[in-house]
Ligand binder design. Structure first.
Ligand SMILES: Cc1cc2nc3c(=O)[nH]c(=O)nc-3n(C[C@H](O)[C@H](O)[C@H](O)COP(=O)(O)O)c2cc1C
Ligand SMILES: Nc1ncnc2c1ncn2[C@@H]1O[C@H](COP(=O)(O)OP(=O)(O)OP(=O)(O)O)[C@@H](O)[C@H]1O
Ligand SMILES: [Mg+2]
Length: 531
C-alpha cells in the first residue's frame, strides 16, 4: 500500500514515482494473461482518451461514490489521463493530485462504510471531492451553472437499469441539465469489474466482502442472498464476498425494489392507489394510450391507431384518460410510461417496435420500470420463425425485452406474441388492419383476465340547444359536480351551429336524472334530445 504521505514527496521529487504510481494499473493489466480484461481495459481507456481529446480538463468531471464500478473508473481515469498526457505532464509536476474534478453526492441514507471509503480513497489518491448534498438533478444544475463542465464520467454498466438506451457517449436526458454522460465501462460485465479489481489489487469498499454486490442506499440494499453461507449454529447470517457471485446478472438481487408508499403491498396493476379489482367493483377501469413516433409529431404521418384504439377500449367499457404522442427517444418513452402506468389500470403503447435505431419502445418501458433489457429466448424463437435466422446473432436487439416483468401472450393468428410488462402492453401494430387483428387476439387472450376485463359498456345521450354558451355555462358546471360519475361534455360543430351537450356513463337512470335536472333549470323546450 502506498502511504498517504506520499503525496507530499511527490510534489517536489516526482517523475519516476509518479509514472510508476499512475502506470501500475496499466502494467498489471498488460502483465495479466486475461485477454478479455485487456480488451475491456483498452476500450475503456480509448473512451477516456477520446473524451479528454474532445473536452478540456476543466470541462470534465467524474461522478464518484465509492461503489465498485466508480472505483474501477477512478483507476481507469488515472491511467487514461496519464496515457493521454504522456510523461510530459509528469515533468511539469502536474500529476500529483488527481486532475479531474470529482463530484460526490453525499446522502444521509448512504452506508457509513461507503462514505468513509469514498473519503479515504479521495485522500489516498489526491482526489479533491466536490461534495453535493442535494438531489442529483438540482446538484448538477447548480454545478453546471458554476463550472464550465460539459462532460461527466460515470461508472454505469449495461446491466444497470439506468443504462437502458445509453451509449458510451450519451447526452443527459431531457429535463436534466445539458451535459455529455461518458460511460467508459458501459460494456463491462460484473465479472469484468471484479477481474479488474482483483488483478490490479486495488482497494474496494468493505461492504463487498460482506455479501453486498451492488450498493444503493441503506433503505434499499441488503447483502445478496445468493452469497449467504447458511450456518444453522449461528443466529447471524454470513456471506461470501461479492467477487464470488457466479452469475453477474443477479448482481442486484440485494437491491430491494423501490416501491412508492401508495403502491406498497398492492398488485402491480394499480391506478390512483386503487387496484384493478377495486376499480372493477366501482365499474371504472382506466387506460392510457401512447403512440411513439417522431413522424407523427412532425405531421408527416397521421396517427390513425390512437382514435381507433380509444373506440375499442370504450366499447368494452374502459375509460381512456389520456392519449399521448412521444418522440422515438428512450427517455421520452420512459417518462410518459412512468407517469401513465401508476395513474391507470393499463397503458397501451405502439410505434417504435422493431430492430431499427428508432425502435426504442421496449427500452423506454424497461427504463420506466427500472429494469434492464435482456435477451428473451422465447421471443427470439418466435422472431426466428417469423423473420428467419438472419435476425438472430450476438445482439438481436429485437429479442431484448424488459427483464423480469415481461409476459408473452401467443395467439395463433399473430406471428409474434403480444408483450405485456406488468400493466403496460406493447403493440406491434403499424396500421388499422393489424390493430384490429391484435385487438381481437388481445380480447381472446386477456378478455377474461383482470388485465383487460370486459366492463359494462358506456351508454350516452345528447341534447341540443339554441341557448348561448354564457347562459348554459354555470348550470352545466354545477351539474358536473352533482353527477361526478358521468362525463358531461359540450361542443359545437361550428361557432354558428347549435350547442350539443353529451352525457355518458354506465347507468342510464343517472343520465336521465342529470338531463332532467338540467332541463328544470331552464324554460320548457330549451333542450331537445337527439337520436
Ligand atoms: C452525474 C449523474 C448524472 C446523471 N444523469 C442522468 C440523466 O441524464 N438522466 C437520467 O435519467 N438519470 C441521470 N442520473 C441518475 C441515474 O441514472 C440514476 O437514477 C441514479 O444514479 C440513481 O440510481 P439508483 O436508482 O440505482 O440509486 C444521473 C446521475 C448522476 C450521478
Ligand atoms: N451518490 C453518488 N455520487 C456520485 N456519483 C454517483 C452516486 N451514485 C451513483 N453515482 C454514479 O453512478 C454510477 C452508477 O452507480 P451504481 O450504483 O450503479 O454503481 P456503483 O455505485 O459504482 O457500484 P455498485 O453497482 O456496486 O453500487 C456510479 O459509478 C457513479 O459514477
Ligand atoms: Mg452504487
Amino acid at each position: 500500500m502506498i502511504p498517504f504521505a506520499f503525496n507530499f514527496y511527490c510534489e517536489s521529487l516526482l517523475c519516476e514515482f509518479c509514472v510508476s504510481r499512475y502506470m501500475e494499473i496499466d502494467k498489471a493489466i498488460r502483465e495479466s494473461g486475461d485477454q478479455r480484461l485487456k480488451t475491456k481495459y483498452n476500450n475503456a481507456i480509448h473512451v477516456i482518451q477520446r473524451a479528454l481529446a474532445l473536452y478540456s480538463i476543466e470541462e470534465v468531471a467524474f461522478s464518484f461514490n465509492g461503489g465498485k464500478d466508480s472505483t474501477v473508473l477512478l483507476h481507469l481515469l488515472r491511467a487514461g489521463y496519464f496515457l493521454h498526457k504522456g510523461e510530459q505532464s509528469c515533468s511539469n509536476g502536474g500529476l500529483t493530485n488527481f486532475p479531474v474534478r470529482t463530484i460526490y453526492f453525499e446522502s444521509s441514507s448512504a452506508f457509513t462504510e461507503i462514505n468513509s471509503f469514498t473519503y479515504d480513497i479521495a485522500s489516498l489518491y489526491g482526489v479533491q471531492l466536490d461534495i453535493i448534498r442535494t438531489d442529483f438533478k438540482s446538484g448538477l444544475e447548480a454545478l453546471l451553472k458554476a463550472k464550465p463542465i460539459r462532460a461527466i464520467f460515470l461508472g454505469v454498466r449495461i446491466g444497470d437499469p439506468t443504462a437502458v438506451g445509453q451509449e458510451q457517449f450519451s447526452p443527459s436526458s431531457p429535463g436534466w441539465p445539458p451535459f455529455m454522460r461518458v460511460n467508459p465501462i458501459l460494456d463491462w460485465s460484473y465479472r469484468d469489474v471484479w477481474a479488474f479489481i482483483l488483478t490490479c489489487k486495488v482497494q474496494y469498499c468493505s461492504l463487498y466482502d460482506q455479501g453486498y454486490t451492488s450498493i444503493g442506499s441503506i433503505h434499499d440494499t441488503v447483502p445478496n442472498a445468493l452469497l449467504c453461507i447458511s450456518d444453522s449454529s449461528s443466529s447471524k447470517e454470513k456471506f461470501k464476498p461479492a467477487y464470488l457471485l457466479s452469475d453477474g446478472r443477479l448482481e442486484r438481487a440485494g437491491r430491494v425494489k423501490k416501491i412508492s408508499p401508495s403502491v406498497r403491498g398492492r398488485s402491480p396493476t394499480v391506478a390512483n392507489g386503487m387496484d384493478i379489482v377495486d376499480s372493477q367493483k366501482h365499474g371504472m377501469l382506466t387506460a392510457s394510450v401512447i403512440a411513439v413516433g417522431d413522424e407523427i409529431l412532425s405531421g408527416t404521418v397521421e396517427d390513425q391507431l390512437g382514435p381507433s384504439f380509444c373506440k375499442k377500449l370504450h366499447s368494452i367499457g374502459w375509460s381512456v384518460t389520456q392519449t399521448a404522442v412521444v418522440r422515438n427517444d428512450v427517455d421520452s418513452v420512459a417518462e410518459e410510461v412512468e407517469r401513465r402506468k401508476s395513474a391507470n389500470n393499463m397503458v397501451f403503447i405502439y410505434g417504435g417496435v422493431g430492430p431499427l435505431h428508432s425502435d426504442v419502445t421496449s427500452a423506454g418501458v424497461a427504463k420506466a420500470f427500472g429494469v434492464r433489457l435482456a435477451p428473451d429466448e422465447e421471443f427470439e424463437e418466435y422472431l426466428r420463425h417469423f423473420i428467419g435466422d438472419h435476425c438472430t446473432g450476438d445482439r438481436n436487439e429485437m429479442a431484448q425485452l424488459p427483464e423480469g416483468i415481461t409476459e408473452l401472450f401467443h395467439h395463433e393468428q399473430l406471428p409474434v406474441p403480444l408483450i405485456k410488462c406488468q400493466n403496460v402492453i406493447i403493440l406491434a401494430a403499424t396500421n388499422i388492419t393489424e390493430l384490429d387483428k391484435e385487438w381481437t387476439c388481445l380480447l381472446e387472450l386477456l378478455g377474461c383476465s383482470e388485465s383487460l376485463a370486459l366492463m359494462e359498456p358506456f351508454t350516452s345521450k345528447s341534447l341540443t340547444t339554441n341557448l348561448p354558451d354564457v347562459e348554459v355555462a354555470q348550470p352545466l358546471s354545477k351539474l358536473c359536480l352533482e353527477f361526478p360519475d358521468l362525463h358531461i361534455g359540450s361542443y359545437r360543430k361550428s361557432r354558428q351551429e347549435i350547442l350539443i351537450i353529451s352525457f355518458e356513463g354506465k347507468d342510464r337512470a343517472r343520465i336521465d336524472s342529470a338531463i332532467e335536472s338540467l332541463c328544470k333549470k331552464f324554460r320548457a323546450g330549451a333542450f331537445s334530445e337527439t337520436a
